[in-house]
Design a protein. Structure first.
Length: 282
């Protein structure tokens, strides 16, 4: 399939026929720097001056696969990537490490596929259903529209899945589940259940009385006194507190204990600096 997509793009380029590419940009400098900082907390080497390539990411994932840091490294590398889009300007596909790529799968599954098929019909003289001058003139607008439509479709799919899963779990409120931490924020932890793939929130207010600092560099919540740590990628056990099918929302409470670590310094997870002891207010 990938070779067919590449061949379609190459053929249209050779025939000087405009087309819609599937492009995937390289990660931004900011995201790469965030990844480098995070890898440093795990003592995983990555030279700051090293050129960012697909092969380097694959090497990183390969060297950590099967180890204790494998899942979290894979998750952070995924978040470092840009989103693929449709465009008339070709910048290549970073994720696939290809200089040109156009969706041309068969049977036709996307409107982008149809555009490429019609482009080939016109370029190779295969019939009367090829792209016309009016179609070519609005290719850029078409690329933007189908990219937006793809985003909407993905969001709708996620929302529908969340609602069905919440309805399925509504009768299991109070039950315990094994999952992994897939998101660390200033307001809590997102946990994905191993059994269903469902995502839910563990509010920061339910993680104990200690102030928790959101350490963005380590992708963790860290206690400012004890150093108790909740980090991205860790396997945990949670208990389902609420399941709301109407919104697809799931609310968990943590069963597992935090990992031990060094006390955090800086700002609370809520964003306010820690208050220093002082005279009582009048």
């Amino acid at each position: 399939m990938i070779q067919a997509n590449v061949s379609a793009a190459e053929t249209l380029e050779q025939r000087r026929t405009p087309l819609i590419y599937r492009v995937h940009d390289a990660p931004s400098d900011e995201k790469v720097q965030s990844l480098v900082d995070f890898l440093g907390t795990l003592s995983i080497p990555w030279s700051k001056g090293q050129r960012v390539t697909t092969e380097r990411f694959n090497q990183l994932i390969g060297q950590t696969r099967g180890g204790p840091h494998g899942p979290i490294v894979n998750e952070v590398v995924l978040r470092t990537q840009m989103q693929a889009i449709y465009d008339v300007d070709n910048i290549g596909h970073f994720g696939l490490n290809l200089p040109r790529y156009a969706h041309f799968t068969s049977p036709i599954r996307r409107y982008a596929d149809l555009i490429v098929h019609r482009g080939l019909i016109a370029a190779l003289g295969l019939g009367d259903d090829g792209l016309g001058a009016a179609d070519v003139a609005r290719l850029r607008d078409t690329a933007e529209r189908i990219t937006m439509a793809e985003r909407r479709a993905m969001a709708a799919e996620r929302d529908a899945t969340d609602r069905y899963v919440a309805a399925y779990l509504a009768d299991r409120v109070g039950g315990a589940f094994v999952g992994s931490i897939t998101g660390v924020t200033r307001f809590g932890l997102f946990v994905r259940l191993a059994e269903t793939g469902a995502d839910g929130l563990v509010p920061i207010s339910s993680l104990g009385d200690e102030y928790l600092v959101h350490d963005e560099r380590r992708h963790a919540l860290v206690g400012d006194r004890s150093g108790a740590t909740w980090r991205l990628g860790r396997e945990v056990e949670v208990r389902l507190r609420e399941a709301t099918p109407v919104t697809g929302g799931l609310l968990f409470e943590m069963v597992s204990a935090p990992e031990k670590g060094a006390p955090a310094a800086g700002r609370r997870a809520g964003g306010r600096p820690r208050r220093r002891p002082g005279p009582p207010r009048r």
